[in-house]
Structures are given as structure tokens and as C-alpha cells.
Design a protein. Structure first.
Length: 165
């Protein structure tokens, strides 16, 4: 199969995007009990994703080769007013979602998708791009580090219960 083409999302891609989102969500659901299964939330999530992309100068890019969908990335610009951060840290690009379908992993497609997102976000005037991953998602973290991402902020979680229960 030839190297994939990275192109903007089109409405005709919805079914493939939906399937990839479900794949992504099921992977994360298996890694952490705080993530919901993909199928029941797919349409609502994708509607939200499209609104965020439209509202915040974002984009969705598709990887395909010979007409075969291989994955996607979604990104947009985030503006905060955090008083303790620099101006360029308060306005940054966010890669909200990225998924390469299992049959196509390990071929550098995630890096190609991230490059498209980074270019789009740089064209929007940001100088920083952020991406998150579940702590147990070692393959994603390795792919992001390979692309030059480094830890910025670590969020820790602990379950607690009320003594009254």
C-alpha cells in the first residue's frame, strides 16, 4: 500500500471517522474505567467535536491510501487567561483526538497526522501544541515523544469515598 495522503475531513468521511472514534474510545475504555464505551456516545461526541473545530479555528485531517481510511486527527486553538502563564502558553494548539486504525499502526501515520495538525495550528498563530494521553497508553505516549512532544503537566487521580457511606 502506498504512503497515505493526509487531507482535510469531508462529510463523506463521517462513517469512517465514527468507526475510528469508536476504536479510539474502546482502546481508552479498556485502559481506564473512567472512559465510556464508544458506540453509545459516538454521534454526540462527533457533533461536539465538529462544533469545537468550527468555533476555534480547528481542523480534522484524514489519512488514507488508495481510498482506504487509515486514521484521523482533530485539533483547534485554545485561549486561556491563566495569570501564571506566558502569553504563548495561554494560547496554544490542542490535538484533541488522534487515531490510526490497528491494521495501519507502526507505519508512521500518527506522525504524518500530527505534522498536518501542527502545520494547521502554526498557521493559526500558535507556537505551542499540546496533546494528552491516558497514562497507561504507552504506544500513544511513545508516538508523541517521537514527534517531539514532552511532558508539560501531569494530572494524578485517586478514588475517594465518603466515610458516611
Amino acid at each position: 500500500m502506498p504512503k497515505p495522503t493526509i487531507r482535510p475531513y469531508r462529510e463523506a468521511d463521517y462513517a469512517d471517522l465514527r468507526a475510528a472514534f469508536i476504536e479510539l474510545q474502546e482502546t481508552e475504555h479498556a485502559l481506564h474505567d473512567g472512559r465510556l464505551p464508544g458506540e453509545p456516545i459516538a454521534d454526540a461526541y462527533l457533533a461536539w467535536l465538529h462544533r469545537e473545530v468550527a468555533a476555534y479555528r480547528g481542523a480534522i485531517f484524514i489519512a488514507e491510501a488508495a481510498g482506504v481510511f487509515q486514521g484521523f486527527v482533530a485539533c483547534w486553538v485554545v485561549r486561556h487567561t491563566n495569570i501564571i502563564e506566558t502569553r504563548d502558553s495561554n494560547t496554544f494548539g490542542l490535538v484533541s483526538d488522534i487515531c490510526v486504525l490497528p491494521a495501519w499502526r507502526g507505519r508512521g501515520i500518527a506522525g504524518d497526522l500530527l505534522a498536518a495538525a501542527e502545520t494547521h495550528l502554526a498557521d493559526q498563530g500558535v507556537t505551542r501544541v499540546r496533546i494528552g494521553a491516558l497514562a497507561k497508553n504507552d504506544p500513544a505516549l511513545a508516538a508523541y515523544r517521537k514527534r517531539g512532544f514532552a511532558p508539560y503537566e501531569v494530572v494524578l487521580e485517586k478514588r475517594v469515598t465518603s466515610p458516611k457511606r
